[in-house]
Design a protein around this ligand. Sequence first.
Ligand SMILES: [Zn+2]
Length: 376
Amino acid sequence: MVDTEKYFNRSYAQSRNEFRKHLSTIKEKWPSAELFTQSIGKEEDNTIDIIYSEANSSNKQVLFFTTGEHGIEGYAGAAVVHLFVEEYLDQVDPQSTGICFVHAINPWGMKNLRRVTENNVDLNRNYFFEQGTVPETVNQYYAKESEIFQPNGVVKDIKKEKTALYEQLSKGMMNEGHSGIKTAKGMGQFEFERGVYYGGSEEEESTKHMKEWQHKILTTYSRVIHMDWHTALGPTNEVTMVMSEHDEREEEELKAQYGMNNIKKFTPKNVKGDSTNYFHKLKKEVSPDTKLFSALFEFGTFGADKKAELRELTTIILENQLYWEGAVHEEDRQWILEEFNNMFYPDEEAWREAVLKEARLAITSVLKEEGLLLPA
Ligand SMILES: [Zn+2]
């Protein structure tokens, strides 16, 4: 029996409190470790918290964990940091390895159980290299289907609306190659500020702050190992490692090398404004000699088939509609919120145990392959 209670918190405040407590444990090995807090957004007490220390003697490499880029997904991320502090601190060399653990890149979203920021922005579509460089082609797909991903009135009858959405989405998905909603999911959309997958019209405070840390990290170390923790995508109760094409290795090669079953690569052609590609571009600009390993890790919930994809899109769209327009019936409201939680932070023991188990698999694989694990 695993006691998952202590890893998975119920509120943002509680999660942050637990995170801050890791500092004293970390200081036993990295005496100069410090907690940095940065308040984000309109509410004073929403903060990005970072525990950071350079290596004790030489800054050969750094282990960089980021969590909560998508608000609600941060609870699982915080669990992973907790697990790492308990089980892995003794397995890396503090003399040559710095550490940087980030709690809640999107604190408002984490607090309010949303993926997006208080400005409705998906932070992983908000990292542009130059401001005002939203790609020109990015909105062209949406005109036709824009009514699907913008809220269109109060939720009146969840059963009817769900069925209608399923129909509309399946039609769209069969539409020669691309559908607006699927394109929006990857590329973000930059036109409808109350719509889903909105990438924002300007840089979010969280983005600005994290860019500064990315810069600091790239220019301090010869090697960066970055693990960015997320939830929802990929096979149920399994971890999927998602890498950008900046890494030249093929998926099959990566699977063999890291000993992981689920590895996906994405091309910047289909994804805009994401933090991983920004990190790679920034590296080229400010510190080309630094070696950068940067990947997203997703703990799957609904699954990876077509049915799961429909359920995901429906959930995202209904939750957004509920947020902006509300629901006539309380039970419809509850249903949508529960489904949203099922997707990003399930209250299920089996899933939580899987997160811990799969996190160990991912951490051990990456640390081993990157040569960070001390011999046992
Ligand atoms: Zn995510």
